[in-house]
Design a binder for this molecule. Sequence first.
Ligand code: SAM
Length: 225
Amino acid sequence: MSLIHDHQVFDRRQLLRDAWRLYAGAPAALRVKQRLRVLVCPFEETIGFVPEGSTVLDVGCGSGLTLGLMAARGRRIDGHGFDPCPVAIGLANDMAAGIGDTGSTLSFEYRDARSRWRDRTYDVVHMQDVIHHVPAPSQRTVFDRACASVRRGGVFIYKDMSARPLWRNAACRLHDVVIAREWIKPVPIARVERWAEENGLSLEVSKTAHRAVYGNDLRVFRKRL
Ligand SMILES: C[S@@+](CC[C@H](N)C(=O)[O-])C[C@H]1O[C@@H](n2cnc3c(N)ncnc32)[C@H](O)[C@@H]1O
């Protein structure tokens, strides 16, 4: 079935309320950060690509916001996320412990994408704003592992910063210099599409989803049967 025909776009104001509620026990600055993520990333689009009842892997999940929002919006997922930041994973675990009865189960793990992952596949793999933080020599390996984690017929939701227009790209780079103190290594979206194709995934959705000053490329791939 086509992802485009099934696609539901969620209400961003509702997601902002969800993000605030999910991290009720977190320090104020980290709580605000989750809400800002909702303003700069197209969560209202990506969540709608996840069929209800899916198993979901979130690579570089940060504080677990994506899986938390999927659960809060009733996707009834079995979600697993990992990230190499211990503070973020602590926050994600606290969020999962306090989320209440959503019909979803969430688990989080401290892990770097360059280390070995669980040897299993998922209905949905999600990777947002991660690959530009991975050292360039490991980017292809990490991307290939994400593709290998998608079951046949399953989907890979990929979102990262846009290379164009240049002023939006500059805003994203400046953001990472200030916030992450890092000069990031973006992968051109045409290369991402080629890598996906070489891994047996077909492009189903291609969107620019710019938010505020930030440029976002959103791609949804499906693994061929
Ligand atoms: C901009 S944040 C995005 C977090 C989350 N994906 C989201 O969209 O809210 C980038 C994340 O990538 C993670 N990251 C950086 N290098 C990584 C690596 N080698 N393996 C896995 N995650 C990594 C960081 O720890 C951080 O949580």
